[in-house]
Ligand binder design. Structure first.
Ligand code: XMP
Length: 506
């Protein structure tokens, strides 16, 4: 495997995903909490960072423990750290370099540049630059403004690159990462979905034995894939609970329950819509709404779990980004990202937690799901928040408002599917605004609700851009919504990116 040491760059997870795409296993660890270096580790990648190596207290570590012993690749900050620590000079660039650049010099004899062409486009994002390399170190690529775009230390497999090969704007970046991981580190490309599935099922069998597991399903890809794996390992000893909280999409409860049964899962469907509506009655504050939904879910789930005798484990669909210890941008201390999937586990249940997907990224989960032959309708599904439509209805929740929003959302999502736009979008949905506006229908003046449509492109939901959906499409959907959904006379499209907006409105 490859060890990726994180200095807090927004791109660190992308490095890991590029390595995983090569069917090579890798892990991310914070630079100040390094795991034991076992013989499984074939190479080390040092990530970028929002810090400058010139800052007081800049993230630092003992690189002698790797240098010369394992292949070592520094990316951006990682390359500057290498250069500075071994006698080179790093200084702020005259201008902050951000954006595309071309490699107008490449050392074609270097293994790192196999199948990387002269003039190749790369992505730069740095404020500092390497002014001088330690003695004897060689420049192996340059751009017109950055002489040391990458370097190599003679007679050892230590490399530094100033640009970001992990970002897709670095057009041949994938080849460069493959060259490092496969050619230079010698990793074998055998970490496939099938291998993962076999190994995970064997591990689960060993870990769970004859124990019973209970698991809450959400209809989303993570919990569905996790449940399918556990089911393959222990069969009927896995009992799944799928709760209708009355805040799901139109027909979703019936459709998803049906798919689960087709997958052979032992699943109990619980219609608890009224309990959720009662808990939400009169609540308008977004956090109060979230809390009411979270608490009600725990109550409902706990009621069901108590009916299952002798259950010892709670299955969870937690994925790798939820458990990566990420380096805080505001300081070198390591912080652990809040673990939202486990947050809801009531203390008194005293169950042990089993999380078969906690080493996978979302795209890996999808691949495993496809290899397990889970239907595309589940595997390719957009993310959907736990509190469901409640955080897309601004203000208080009533069954009538839920029904209105379900109809609007259905027209929008079905339209995206019909026009082959669904897979182009990371997440989409509609928001019911607490606003009325004047309209005219036939000869009548109307005074009705406004809905907003939102469609975003994202990698992990942490940042997002609004999607430039075709005007014709938006026009068609707007017409259909206003014509078909009673009580709505105006549709707007949300063109805010995250940050500073968020994806959800509440
Ligand atoms: P925001 O609105 O924070 O959303 O930009 C980022 C991603 O998280 C989802 N989201 C939630 N998921 N419980 C969840 O399970 C929540 O309370 C929640 N709030 C937001 C949101 O749908 C988006 O994918």
């Amino acid at each position: 495997q490859i060890l990726i040491l994180d200095f807090g760059s927004q791109y660190t997870q992308l490095i890991a995903r590029r390595v995983r795409e090569l069917d090579v296993y890798c892990e991310i660890h914070p630079y100040n909490n390094i795991p034991e270096i076992t013989s499984d580790i074939k190479g080390v990648i040092l990530s970028g960072s929002p810090c400058s190596v010139k800052d007081d207290g800049a993230p630092d570590l003992d690189l002698d423990q790797f240098r010369g012993k394992l292949p070592l690749l520094g990316v951006c900050y990682g390359s500057q750290l290498l250069a500075q620590k071994y006698g080179g000079a790093v200084a702020p660039s005259e201008i902050r370099e951000y954006g595309r650049a071309n490699l107008n010099f490449i050392d074609k004899h270097n293994d790192l540049f196999h199948e990387v062409t002269h003039g190749s486009q790369v992505w730069m994002s740095h404020g500092d630059t390497i002014k001088e390399l330690p003695e004897g170190w060689e420049v192996i690529s340059s751009t017109s403004s950055v002489k040391v775009a990458s370097f190599k230390v003679p007679n050892e497999h230590t490399y530094g690159i100033q640009f970001h090969p992990e970002v897709t704007h670095s057009v041949e970046g994938k080849n460069l990462i493959r060259n490092f991981v496969v050619q230079i580190c010698g990793c074998s490309q055998d970490w496939t979905s099938d291998v993962f599935i076999d190994a995970t099922i064997a591990e689960l069998k060993e870990k769970l034995g004859n124990d019973k597991v209970v698991m809450g399903l959400s209809g989303g890809v993570d919990s569905s894939v996790a449940a399918t794996l556990i089911h393959r390992a222990i069969g009927e000893n896995l009992v799944c609970v799928f709760v209708d909280n009355g805040l799901l999409r139109k027909n979703e409860y019936e459709e998803v329950l049906h798919s689960y049964k087709d997958l052979g899962l032992n699943v109990i469907g619980v219609d608890a819509a009224q309990r959720f509506y009662d808990a939400l009655a009169g609540k308008t504050d977004p956090e109060d709404k979230r809390k009411a939904i979270g608490n009600t879910f725990i109550e409902v789930f706990d009621d069901e779990a108590h009916k299952i005798e002798g259950v010892k484990w709670l299955g969870q669909g937690t994925i790798y980004p939820d458990v990566i210890e990420s380096v805080s941008v505001n300081g070198p201390s390591a912080t652990i990202k809040s673990h939202h999937n486990v947050g809801g586990l009531p203390d008194f249940m005293k169950l042990k937690v089993v999380e078969p997907l906690n080493t996978l990224f979302k795209d890996g989960v999808r691949e495993v799901g496809r290899a397990l032959q889970i239907p595309e309708a589940i595997v390719g599904r957009h993310p959907f928040p736990g509190p469901g439509l409640a955080i897309r209805i601004l203000g208080d929740i009533t069954p009538e408002k839920v029904s209105t929003l379900q109809q609007v959302d259905h027209i929008f999502i079905q339209g995206l599917k019909d026009d082959k736009l669904y897979d182009e979008v990371w997440q989409a949905g509609a928001i019911l605004l607490p606003v009325q506006s004047v309209g005219v229908m036939g000869d009548e003046r109307t005074y009705e609700k406004v809905v907003a449509l939102r469609a975003v492109a994202s990698v992990d939901g942490m940042t997002a851009d609004w999607v430039h959906l075709p005007y014709e499409f938006l026009g068609k959907i707007s017409n259909e919504i206003i014509n078909k959904v009673k009580g709505v006379n105006r549709v707007v499209y949300d063109i805010s990116s995250k940050p500073p907006a968020t994806i959800e409105w509440e």
